[in-house]
Design a protein around this ligand. Structure first.
Ligand code: DGJ
Length: 732
């Protein structure tokens, strides 16, 4: 999968779908040649057009002519200060105060498989034959900085995984001001960018616009990947649609501050940069020390946005998520949050559990409020022991009862936080993230624990382990409800303060690594006030994530549509909730709430303390349907058909079994129109040579008819917030 051409000095990384080509230009500079559809044999060496002699682009020192400049050459890991005026991938300050680096090719090696990244989440492979990794070492002879660039190419996925390790080989310390994961210099700028701006309960709003000259910067400085942006750069050609055209994505396997920059230069080239946000970042490297960047995933498709999603979904399902739940059907849960909020006790929860069980629910999920003295959001984070006022006999009787009913038991934790009103704060007021005595801002009445400190995460680990050893919990919803402010560490010296946010992430990852290995049977759900940390970094530890605190089905059609560009439905927790909806005040049909929840990882957030015969009968039916089709919905191929971001009134998507033997098509009416246009849905992913039966009806259609001509939405869905599901079965 990796071919080194000794004569032309090129590396050709390829599989049956893609090629990625790097050339060593003039025996020195690591330059980018190509990323895209597979090329059988890469013949050429560095072939970049010679520079206009009158240009203002400097040539390197002692260069024989004026035809080459770092200012225009496409590079793999550009530095700063030696003639390239575009954004650099890394920046260093040396002890003598200067900031210029010149990195030259030193050596390379090619290994089978894909080694892990120390302390960081990353994609992985089961067998050494599933991937190959190229490690290129670059060095600056003057400053003794070395950089190891890693490129892994997977067998079968149209993906390259990249990262960098910066090593200080000098006798003096150096300071990293920026250390990004990758740079990709594309030869043209005829791209549009897709991004997902958002906010709490309004995550991942789909936005597509042309790249402009200059820098387009998306980032997070919030200490988390956040609801405000997704750590990715998505590019499509202007003509690309869901079904066809070129599309690519750079996606960061990281959950903290990030930067995602696209820079269109004077020559209409596009530089893409992705990595840890340099804002507020600094890292001191003592002699001999190294810094490992997070991994960036580079995915490419010429089969439209659905092609890109298919690639990422398969990669994340098979090569990112770990543990025993990876390919296991996920349980149907009922969460008590919107039913009781903080107001519950054992009796109430037993009623809730019995009602859930009667509907077919498989797991009772007890949300916030079961610990310390927590009755609202002003106290007790950090005190991971049972709230005796609510559970005088502890939690064990409730858990045992739920298990006796034949259901699993799930519990909410927010382990990264501390409330001022808590035992933990009384004992360790200095354990919060804090900046040199500046007054601490509160977010939801809470502060953030400095998880970069070993004693802090050891305390949380010990509390949680002790609790979990004595309570047979099957599922944990791991929440995180505020972003960082006053960032600094009480335990670090002045030279290390700017390491706090990244050390926090490393500490969080270490904590998760230990917990998930210590309790491998527990299924973890990642939550951050909804989808505030829905990123590949967290999904390495937790197999699924809460998409949004917005449980309104109409809002969710939009949010889940966007989320599915990058993540498969099985990773997206989605619940049926009450109407009028608690966040939006909107009423949607039960059918639509069910279809939307089934398009993720189905659960209930209904008020099950209240009995409602009509509602319960409908939910029971839905759950039976979901169980029947769970395998297809959770592990089938997901295809987006009609975008709610382009059509105010309508959206559609579908699921196809891996062997194309069956499919579920779902359509949603958002705002009904009088005398509405007819709707012919062109389906996707079916076998064009097969015949499919539609529902249990007499209706039979060829796969090719459904793919090329389409299926009528007939009769039309003619009410606001309603939906329809069709089940297609391949005939023998
Ligand atoms: C935010 C989460 O997103 C909600 O689902 C709920 O768990 C609350 N936190 C509890 O405080």
């Amino acid at each position: 999968m990796i071919i080194w051409n000794e004569r032309e000095h090129t590396f050709h990384l390829c599989n049956d779908k893609i090629s990625y080509v790097i050339a060593i230009a003039h025996e020195r500079y690591l330059t980018h040649c190509y990323w895209g559809k597979r090329i059988a044999t890469w013949q050429q060496g560095y072939d970049y057009p010679a520079l206009d002699r009158s240009s203002f682009s400097p040539t390197p020192a002692q260069w024989p002519d004026r035809t080459f400049s770092l200012d225009t050459a496409p590079q793999e890991y550009p530095g700063h200060g030696a003639g390239d005026y575009r954004e650099p991938a890394f920046e260093i300050r040396y002890t003598d105060g200067h900031q210029v680096s010149n990195l030259y090719y030193l050596s390379h090696r090619i290994i089978d498989g894909k080694p892990p990244l120390a302390g960081l989440p990353a994609t992985w492979v089961e067998q050494e034959t599933d991937a190959q990794t190229l490690i290129i070492t670059l060095a600056d002879p003057l400053t003794q900085l070395q950089v190891e660039l890693r490129y892994s190419v997977f067998d079968g996925h149209a993906v390259i995984a990249r990262s960098a390790r910066l090593i200080n080989q000098a006798a003096q310390p150096l300071r990293l001001l920026r250390a990004l994961s990758c740079c990709v210099d594309l030869p043209d700028a005829r791209w549009q960018q897709i991004q997902f701006p958002g906010a709490w309960a309004r995550e991942r709003q789909w936005h597509r616009q042309a790249l402009n000259p200059g820098i387009q910067l998306l980032d997070s400085k919030r200490g988390a990947s956040s609801t405000h942006q997704q750590p990715f750069i998505g590019l499509v050609r202007p003509e690309t649609t869901e079904m066809q055209g070129e599309a690519c994505a750079l996606h960061l396997v990281y959950s903290g501050n990030f930067t995602a920059r696209s820079e269109v230069d004077a020559f209409s080239q596009t530089r893409l940069l992705l990595g840890i946000n340099p804002h507020g970042f600094g890292w001191q490297l003592a002699p001999g020390e190294s810094f490992q960047t997070p991994e960036a995933i580079l995915a490419w498709s010429d089969e439209g946005l659905n092609g890109l999603s298919g690639t990422l979904h398969a990669l994340y399902r098979d090569n990112l998520v770990r543990g025993q739940h990876r390919h296991q059907p996920r349980p149907i849960l009922a969460n008590n949050w919107e039913s009781t909020y903080f107001d519950f006790n054992e009796d109430k929860l037993l009623t809730f559990a019995a009602n859930a069980k009667a509907l077919g629910v498989e797991l009772l999920m007890l949300d916030d409020g079961w610990f310390g003295e927590r009755n609202d959001d002003t106290s007790s984070l950090g005190d991971w022991f049972v709230n005796r006022a609510k559970f005088p006999h502890g939690l064990r009787p409730l858990i045992d009862n739920v298990h006796a009913m034949g259901m699993q038991f799930g519990l909410w934790f927010e382990p990264e936080m501390i409330s001022r009103r808590s035992e933990l704060f009384r004992q360790h007021p200095d354990w919060t993230i804090s900046a040199g005595g500046q007054p601490l801002s509160e977010g939801r009445n809470q502060y953030i624990l400095d998880l970069g400190r070993r004693e802090v995460r050891d305390n949380i680990l010990a509390q949680m382990s002790a609790f979990l050893e004595n309570h047979p919990v099957d599922y944990i919803k791991w929440d995180m409800n505020r972003n960082m402010s006053e960032v600094g560490s009480n335990a670090a010296g002045p030279a290390h303060q700017q390491e706090t946010a990244h050390r926090y992430m490393l500490g969080l990852y270490a904590l998760l690594e230990t917990l998930t290995h210590r309790f491998p049977h527990i299924l973890f759900e990642c939550c951050s006030g909804g989808g505030g940390r829905f990123d590949p970094g967290m999904l390495y530890y937790m197999a699924q994530a809460w998409v949004s605190d917005n449980t309104d089905a109409a809002s969710r059609v939009h949010i889940q549509y966007s989320t599915s560009l990058l993540y498969p439905p099985v990773m997206q927790c989605a619940h049926v909730s009450e109407v009028p909806n608690h966040q939006m005040g909107r009423s949607t049909s039960m059918a639509m709430r069910g279809a939307v929840a089934m398009s993720g990882n189905y659960g209930l957030m209904l008020d099950l303390m209240r009995s409602d015969a009509g509602r319960d009968a409908a939910v029971k039916q839905q759950i039976a349907f979901y169980k029947q089709h769970r395998q297809l919905l959770q592990f089938g191929r997901f295809w987006r058909l009609v975008s709610p971001w382009e059509n105010p009134d309508f959206a559609a998507w579908m699921f196809v079994a891996p062997d194309q033997s069956e499919a579920l098509v779902m359509a949603f009416s958002l705002v009904s129109l009088a005398t509405a246009p007819l709707k012919l849905l062109r389906l996707a992913g079916l076998d064009p040579h097969a015949r499919y039966q539609i529902d249990d009806s007499e209706k039979i259609a060829g796969g090719d008819e459904l793919l090329y001509r389409g299926m009528w939405v007939d009769p039309p869905i003619s009410r606001d917030y309603t939906s329809r599901i069709w089940h297609l079965t391949r005939l023998a």
